[in-house]
Design a protein around this ligand. Structure first.
Ligand SMILES: [Zn+2]
Length: 85
């Protein structure tokens, strides 16, 4: 008796986060939409309205598009967010 445990519903970890943190407003409200053909990515922040479109190369994905977005906002030098003081 009582051997059956209730099923615990785990939310599977996805490879990609659904939302990225916005380089403009800092909120995690940036969504990356890849075009059907996979050669274009639209990054859009629903908080501050930042919207950029980037061409994607083969094998590039949402993360790459997000990197291009942050590069565009922050500039070519990469600034890791963890080093804030
Ligand atoms: Zn934003």
């Amino acid at each position: 008796m009582g051997r059956r445990r209730k099923k615990v519903v785990h939310i599977p970890k996805k490879k990609l986060p659904k939302f990225f943190s916005c380089p403009m407003c800092g909120k995690e409200t940036v969504r990356v939409e890849i075009s059907r053909a996979g050669d274009n990515a639209l990054t859009q922040c629903s908080s501050c309205g930042l919207k950029e479109e980037f061409p994607l190369k083969t094998a590039q994905g949402a993360v790459d598009a997000y990197c291009m977005l942050t590069d565009k906002i922050y500039g070519p030098t990469k600034t890791p967010p963890a080093t804030e003081q």
